[in-house]
Design a protein around this ligand. Sequence first.
Ligand code: NDP
Ligand code: MG
Length: 381
Amino acid sequence: MKVKNVALFGATGSIGRNAIEVIKNNNELFRLFAVSGHTNVELLSRIANDFKPDYVVVTSDNQISVPDGITLLRGIDGLKEVAAHPDVDIVLVATSGIVGVFPTIEALKNGKRVALANKETLVSFGKVVTDVLKSGDGEIIPVDSEHSAIFQLLNGVKREEVDKIVLTASGGPFRTWSVEQLENATVQDALKHPTWSMGSKITIDSATLMNKGLEVIEAYWLFGYPIEKIDVVVHPQSIIHGMVTLKDGAILAHLSATDMKLPIQYALSFPNRLKPPVKPIDLVDIGKLTFEKPDINRFPALKLAYDALKMNGSYPAVLNASNEVAVYAFLEGKIRFTDIPKVVEGVMGKHHPVSGDTLEELFDADRWARGEALKLIKKMT
Ligand code: NDP
Ligand code: MG
């Protein structure tokens, strides 16, 4: 099999570093053709030295030096140029934030595989991205673990036989906390994720359950089922990543270790399966799997995400943008943990929606929501 050239955007992040491990362990199949980083130029430079990609893209203004023979590109234009490069086979979008939409669209337009980790791309721009996807030869293979699980399960069933798709949620570090305890939750508490090791923004989102809300929206665009058919179940062990309920009542489930190397590797190798990137789980060791209903009274962010999806248009972009601003305000100690969904709800309540059919409209909605969120946060502090 020909070695596949991978462009890895967000190489310096949590997903990015895991992806590098996967590519290194399968170097007869994949090569790091290009990497991008934002502020961590030290690590990016080390990656460039170790892997000698053809391209390095830096999206911040930070200075960097790369070895001779490597082309250095800058900014979003750099990401787009690499995503469209004829020698690139797979674009792994693992940046955080809405910037992920640009290389995703460029790669799809050029008929490439997008291994998509970045959530914001589908949450904020779902309609635009799926329109581009449908009109060309590109494909999106999800990296988010729940979506990878559902993607794998759906490949084995007929569409009309599906009753529901079910995303599992660990419930985060505050699964058993009371409202009073949540009001006093510290950043340190919120960053202690019980089962997954991830970047800090998504770890806070897991604690509020907004992460699951964003994933419901992501699933809606990826799999094309109506919102009523997308359910969330809390499963604290995070061993089952996704389930598909069939019309005869059978439930298919996907179980694996809680390690992002698995879905990353599958998004690169699909439809093939490679050697396990981590030690496979032993169910006897695990012993017990439990399930609970998510509590939207304590975790209103999940309901806000369902509401945003029901109203659709520019609402999911507004949900994502206001949440991002609120999460960073919490991380900086400016607001309380329980203020995060309040900011989102406040901004959504003021929004005058637009259709959400163009990138420009959605970027406007995103910018507006960030401004409104900052205003609300200022009032709270
Ligand atoms: P991290 O914060 O660990 O990494 C983010 C990456 O994006 C870094 O490489 C960072 O560069 C880069 N980056 C940050 N800001 C920008 C910007 N404005 N423009 C371009 N690049 C930027 O995040 P994660 O790896 O945790 O998550 C990445 C994405 O994957 C998110 O969308 C997240 O929701 C999604 N995801 C993550 C999972 C996980 O397990 N971590 C699971 C499922 C989805 P630098 O560090 O150099 O500044
Ligand atoms: Mg996930």
